[in-house]
Design a protein around this ligand. Structure first.
Ligand code: TRP
Length: 327
């Protein structure tokens, strides 16, 4: 079975775009791969966080992910900071990546443009991400297209390390989902629905109640030619509604378009489909929220499993470099 690993930051709410674009796919993949999902809390502190918040958010994200279908009995779900090997391996990889490579990362340029205080960790972020991936001999990394550059860098770092110190790491590949499930912001339909966009009316939170979902979809930006057609470049708003309805009901958005002649009914059906899609997830989340100790226990099991693999890989890497053994 192929080893799959992906990571997700615990900051900000999960939204419909995360679910339809990534998490729902992860939940499917866990059944026919050896899947690892990592809540990357160490990555979150590359940007200052309010003291105490990160742990609460990690627990909540774990509950959301389980509610959304990740089954800790089937996949390995864990919190990055619980497995110390990530930080240690990250140092080895920082020394394998070059300053120039890290300087070229688009996510760094983008995030550092938006920060007053640019931490050194924000700069070396991709080396920690490479550690997340390489510690588990990962074959496939399911991520959004914006992460392709980081996965390519991970591959380059692994290759360079293997060349310098001998065969150590498996070379991973990015697995980018086809465009179908790209969910855009409801108010700015040319931008991806995003945690960092700060567009509450354009983002459907996975815990939004039916009336909020209906309201957000009813006020979604469309256009004024009045024609229902799937045409992402000329009709981004309408196409986004068709994509959402299609993803929620497992139908093809182009075919759906022919069933509508007005925006009102399309919006009503899209809202109803999203409400129905999220209802079971919200019910499961409420159960998990009522019993936090259960999720904590599941995460401890996940971390133990992750640690046993990560420790073996790190030992191999250190031994190949040739550090003096500590015993
Ligand atoms: N950088 C990723 C993002 O912004 C999150 C991430 C951290 C990740 N470690 C990872 C993704 C390992 C895949 C594999 O979305």
């Amino acid at each position: 079975m192929r080893r799959v690993l992906s990571g997700i930051q615990p900051t900000g709410q999960l939204h419909l775009g995360n679910y339809l674009g990534a998490v729902r796919n992860w939940a499917k993949m866990q059944h026919d791969t050896d899947a690892f999902f990592c809540i990357v809390d160490l990555h979150s502190i590359t940007i200052p966080q309010e003291p105490g918040a990160i742990g609460r958010e990690s627990l909540r994200l774990a509950q959301m992910l389980i509610a959304a279908g990740l089954d800790p009995e089937v996949c390995t779900l864990f919190v990055q900071s619980h497995v110390r090997e990530h930080t240690e391996c990250s140092w080895l990889l920082e020394c394998t990546a070059s300053f120039g490579e890290l300087s070229r990362m688009a996510q760094f340029k983008d995030k550092s443009d938006r920060q007053e205080f640019i931490s050194a960790g924000l700069f070396t972020y991709p080396a920690l991400q490479a550690a997340d991936i390489l510690l588990y001999d990962t074959n496939d990394v399911p991520v959004g297209a914006d992460q392709r550059q980081h996965i390519e860098l991970t591959r380059d770092i692994a290759e360079r390390f293997n060349y310098r110190y001998g065969e150590t790491f498996v070379l991973p590949a990015a697995v980018i989902p086809s465009a179908g499930a790209r969910v855009m912001d409801l108010q700015r339909p040319t931008d991806k629905m995003s945690k960092s966009l700060d567009s509450p009316k354009g983002t459907i939170d996975l815990l939004d109640q039916p009336d909020q979902i209906e309201k957000k979809i009813r006020s979604a930006v469309t256009d004024n030619d009045g024609e229902v057609r799937f045409d992402v470049s000329n009709k981004p708003g309408v196409s986004n509604l068709l994509s959402i309805l299609g993803a929620a009901t497992d139908k093809d958005p182009e075919e759906l378009a022919s069933e509508y002649s007005q925006y009102g009914p399309l919006k009503a059906d899209a809202a109803a489909a999203v409400v129905e899609l999220l209802a079971p997830l919200q019910a499961r989340f409420a159960e998990l929220e009522a019993d936090p100790a259960e999720t904590t226990r599941l995460l401890a099991t996940g971390a133990a499993k992750a640690r046993s693999i990560a420790a073996a890989t790190l030992t191999r890497a250190k031994s190949n470099i040739g550090f003096l053994p500590d015993s």
